[in-house]
Write a new protein. Structure first.
Length: 501
C-alpha cells in the first residue's frame, strides 16, 4: 500500500527543481566568505585626460580646385576630420570661441564651417560677397564678422549664420586690418588704415619707410558708427592687438619701427609714463614705443656672428599678448629679432612704473610671426628665410635653441593644455604641418595635408579659453609675403607676393 498518492513525472521534476533552489539559497545564506559585488569600484590611477583642443589647417591644392580644411586632435596629433571648402582659399580666420572658421575663396565667396570632429562637406555654408568687394583681412569676434575692404575704403560688417553682409562703414584709405575686442566686451573696434592709395599692394613691403603715416578709425560697437577724428599711427601700420582687459590697443608700425599705444578706454593716444630703455635709463615718453633697430641681446651684448637681422630696421609685423606677465611679444620681420615689452598697468588703469621696458632677442632671419606659451615661459618664432623655429626664453631673454622645419614658415601657433604643449609651424610653400612638443622642444611629427598650407589656428591656447587671435593675415600690404624677399627679389608684385610655388 502506497503512503503517498501517485505523482506524475512532470510534477516530480518541479519538486526536484524547487528543492535544488532551496538548498542553493541555504548554502548562500549560510556561507560567510561568499563573493559580494563591489558597490564603488576603484578606478586605476593615472594622469587626467587632456582637455579638448584642436589645430585647424586650411590648405589649397590649387587656385581653382576646392580647398581643404583638416582638423587635428591636440593630444594625439590625429586627423579627426577632413572636408572640402571653397576654391582657392587665400585667407583663413577662426572666431574667438574657436567654434567656427571662415575662408575667403577665389570665386569671391566666404566659406563658413563649424570646428567639429564630425565636419563634412554638407556642414559647409557659403556667403556671397559683392562682386566688387576686395576684402584684405577678417576679424571674427564671438559674434559677427568684420572685414577690411579696399573697395570704397570701408569696413564691412557681417552677421547671422551663415554670415551675411549687413552694412559698410567708411574709413580712411587702404584699410588693412580690424582689431579690438574679440569677445565684444569693449566699447569699440579699430580699423587700421595705411592712409594712402596703394594699388600695388606691396608698397609697405618694399619701401615701408617712405610711406605716409597711418590712422586708426574707432568703430562704436553699440551703434556701428565711426568716431572722428581718426587716431594717428606710425608709417605702414600692418597689425594690432588689444590687451585682454580691453584697456590698451597696440598697433605695429612696420615703416618707422614703432608700436602705437591707444588708450581704448578714453579712445585717445596713451599718455604713457617715460618708459625704460635697455640700459636702464628713462627715455622721453611718446605714445609710440620705439623698437631696437639692431639685433642685440637684453644685456646689450652683440650676439655671436654679429647681428642676425636684415640691417638697421626692426619692422614689427605681428605680436601676441603674454597674459601671465603682461608683456607684448613682437616679431620684428626686417630686423631678425623679437621685442618683449612690459605693458602692465597699475590698479587705477594707468601705465605701470615699468611700462615700456623692452628686451630685444635675436632670432632667425625674417621672423614672420611669434607665439607665446600660456605660462609665459617661452616664445617661438617662424623664421621664414631660414626655414626654422627659434625658441626664446622669456625669463632670461635668451635663445634656447633653433629647430629646422619644413618649408619657409609664415605662421606659428601654440596650445598648452598641460606640460605636454604643442607648437604648430606652417609654411605656404609646403603641404606639411610641423608639430613641436614643448616638453622636449623637439620636432614631434609632421602631418601631410592636401595642398600647400594657407594658414593654421588652434581652438585654445590654455585649455579653458577660446582662440586668442581671431584675426587673419593676408600676404601683402605690409604683411609678410608667402616667401621671403630674398627669394622674391628686390621688386615684386602683389600676385608674386601671394603666389604659392
Amino acid at each position: 500500500m502506497r503512503l503517498f498518492p501517485m505523482i506524475s513525472g512532470r510534477a516530480r521534476v518541479r519538486l526536484v527543481q524547487a528543492g535544488t533552489a532551496l538548498v542553493a539559497a541555504a548554502l548562500i545564506a549560510g556561507c560567510g566568505n561568499a563573493y559580494r559585488p563591489v558597490v564603488t569600484p576603484i578606478n586605476p590611477s593615472g594622469p587626467p585626460a587632456q582637455p579638448t583642443s584642436y589645430a585647424v589647417v586650411v590648405s589649397a591644392p590649387s587656385p581653382t580646385t576646392p580647398g581643404i580644411v583638416t582638423i587635428l586632435d591636440y593630444s594625439g596629433d590625429t586627423v579627426m576630420a577632413i572636408a572640402p571648402i571653397g576654391p582657392g582659399p587665400s585667407n583663413f580666420v577662426m572666431d574667438q570661441l574657436g567654434a567656427t572658421g571662415y575662408t575667403l575663396d577665389s570665386d569671391g565667396t566666404l566659406a563658413n564651417f563649424p570646428i567639429s570632429t564630425s565636419l563634412q562637406a554638407k556642414n559647409v555654408t557659403y556667403s556671397t560677397l559683392s562682386s566688387s568687394a576686395q576684402p584684405v583681412n577678417f576679424m571674427a569676434p564671438s559674434a559677427g564678422l568684420w572685414a577690411a575692404d579696399l573697395n570704397g575704403n570701408v569696413v564691412d560688417l557681417f552677421q547671422s549664420s551663415p554670415q551675411a553682409f549687413k552694412l559698410a562703414i567708411p574709413v580712411a584709405p587702404t584699410p588693412v586690418a580690424v582689431v579690438g575686442s574679440p569677445n565684444l566686451q569693449g566699447q569699440r573696434e579699430y580699423v587700421i588704415s595705411q592712409n594712402f592709395s596703394d594699388p600695388t599692394g606691396v608698397a609697405c613691403n618694399i619701401s615701408p619707410t617712405t610711406q605716409p603715416t597711418g590712422v586708426a578709425t574707432p568703430i562704436e560697437i553699440s551703434t556701428n558708427t565711426a568716431d572722428s577724428p581718426a587716431i594717428p599711427l606710425g608709417k605702414c601700420p600692418v597689425y594690432g592687438i588689444q590687451s585682454p582687459d580691453q584697456r590698451r590697443l597696440f598697433v605695429m608700425n612696420r615703416g618707422d619701427d614703432t608700436i602705437t599705444v591707444i588708450n581704448s578706454q578714453n579712445n585717445t593716444l596713451d599718455q604713457c609714463v617715460p618708459f625704460i630703455s635697455q640700459n636702464g635709463q628713462p627715455v622721453t615718453c611718446h605714445p609710440k614705443l620705439p623698437l631696437s633697430t639692431t639685433a642685440v641681446s637684453a644685456t646689450g651684448i652683440t650676439p655671436p656672428n654679429g647681428t642676425t637681422g636684415m640691417g638697421t630696421k626692426a619692422g614689427p609685423v605681428y605680436a601676441e599678448y603674454d597674459t601671465s606677465l603682461n608683456e607684448l611679444v613682437i616679431a620684428n620681420y626686417d630686423g631678425g629679432t623679437i621685442s618683449v615689452i612690459d605693458v602692465g598697468l597699475d590698479e587705477y588703469g594707468n601705465d605701470g612704473p615699468t611700462f615700456g621696458t623692452t628686451y630685444t632677442i635675436p632670432v632667425g632671419n625674417y621672423p614672420a610671426s611669434v607665439t607665446v606659451l600660456a605660462d609665459g615661459s617661452r616664445a617661438y618664432t617662424a623664421n621664414q628665410a631660414d626655414g626654422t623655429v627659434t625658441i626664446a626664453n622669456l625669463v632670461s631673454h635668451t635663445v634656447e635653441k633653433t629647430l629646422s622645419v619644413v618649408g619657409h614658415p609664415r605662421t606659428v601657433v601654440s596650445t598648452q593644455n598641460s606640460q605636454f604643449g604643442k607648437v604648430y609651424a606652417a609654411a605656404p610653400d609646403s603641404p606639411y604641418l610641423t608639430i613641436l612638443a614643448t616638453l622636449t622642444d623637439l620636432v614631434d611629427t609632421t602631418v601631410l595635408v592636401e595642398g600647400n598650407v594657407v594658414d593654421v589656428r588652434v581652438t585654445t591656447q590654455n585649455g579653458n579659453s577660446g582662440n586668442a587671435n581671431p584675426f587673419s593675415r593676408t600676404p601683402g600690404y605690409g604683411q609678410p609675403c608667402n616667401l621671403p624677399p630674398a627669394l622674391l627679389g628686390a621688386s615684386f608684385t602683389l600676385k608674386q607676393c601671394r603666389a604659392i610655388p
